[in-house]
Write a protein that binds this ligand. Sequence first.
Ligand code: GLU
Length: 379
Amino acid sequence: MAQRFPGTTRQKLIRDARLVVVKIGSAVLTREGRLHRATINHLGADLAELRRTGRQVIVVSSGAVASGLKSLGLTGMPKAIVEKQAAAAVGQQVLLGAWSDVFRKAGVAIGQVLLTADDLDHRTRYLNARHTLQRLLHHGVVPIVNENDSVSFEEIRMGDNDHLSALVTTLVSAQLLVLLTNVDGLHAGGPDGPVIGEVTAGAAARAHVTGERSAAGTGGMITKLEAAELVGRSGIGAIIANGGKRNVLRRIIAGEAVGTFFHPTPSRLDPRRRWLATATRARGSLVVDAGARRAIVRRGASLLPSGILAVQGRFEAGAVVRICAEDGTAFARGLVSYAAEEIDRVRGKKGAELPAILGYRYVDEIVHRNDLVIEPGAE
Ligand code: GLU
């Protein structure tokens, strides 16, 4: 079991949280293909209350697809992605209209931010999204974030808003992620067991996930657990709780034992490594020998051409790749300084040989130590 974050209790972490990301699932916000206004109203009141405590808040709101179904005459969640995209286009404005109504009553301005996986994949666009969110917060606006469903297609979809909310949380360095769903938290041994109050290690928690998926959304308990783990690696706490229960947010912020709290892990990643570890998709793999693996994992060394056995995939310099042991297990990720084709020509060679082989040499390192992040558990 991982250790708890030194000196941090659930209460202290929540009390000190200045910026909170609240993700609300489709199953909470919609009923039978329509938005459930009463739920939005009471959650909106709670969110406004959260701001009155002096905290900043970002809402990741699902429900665009689910609340657009009825208008398109659809009775259930369509299989075809294009139908989902159409439903999202209709539903997203209904969703925003509803959020806008409740926040207006509380005297709070909101701003819509729609993101695709691509926006967070490229470092500059990632930083750009961060600046926009920070500027909105600076102006006292509550950003309402969703995936840009009507233009995201399967390949570029982040897949679910649990993952998106975790990326947004690390992007803005919030201190707490609250995942509101239609169950009370993580239940021990499956849905009928008692709610686990606190979790210190994601791996142990996984044993309790039975794999059920939400009918209205795309996630389930496993994607929530992954989201909690993802933010935990950046030193951020997470809570899974029931968004259908009255005043759930107020009770969480008051420090009550509601839902399941996930303690962050002790090792924090710096912001650049957070992006490398979480937001980017790997474009290929480099298979390295045992010596290179040891040097990277134990000493935090750079990856040199001499330790590389094989190159998989086609990628340009600057791409993110998985770094794998000989048995194929990925133990790190990093930004490459050469393209796949160049690395293939210099693998197994010494840095001094690069000019003779390539006709040039930018740097000796294929992946510089500053551009490397070790996978959890590889240490
Ligand atoms: N972005 C989707 C929507 O608003 C929801 C994705 C999810 O359920 O996590 O409908």
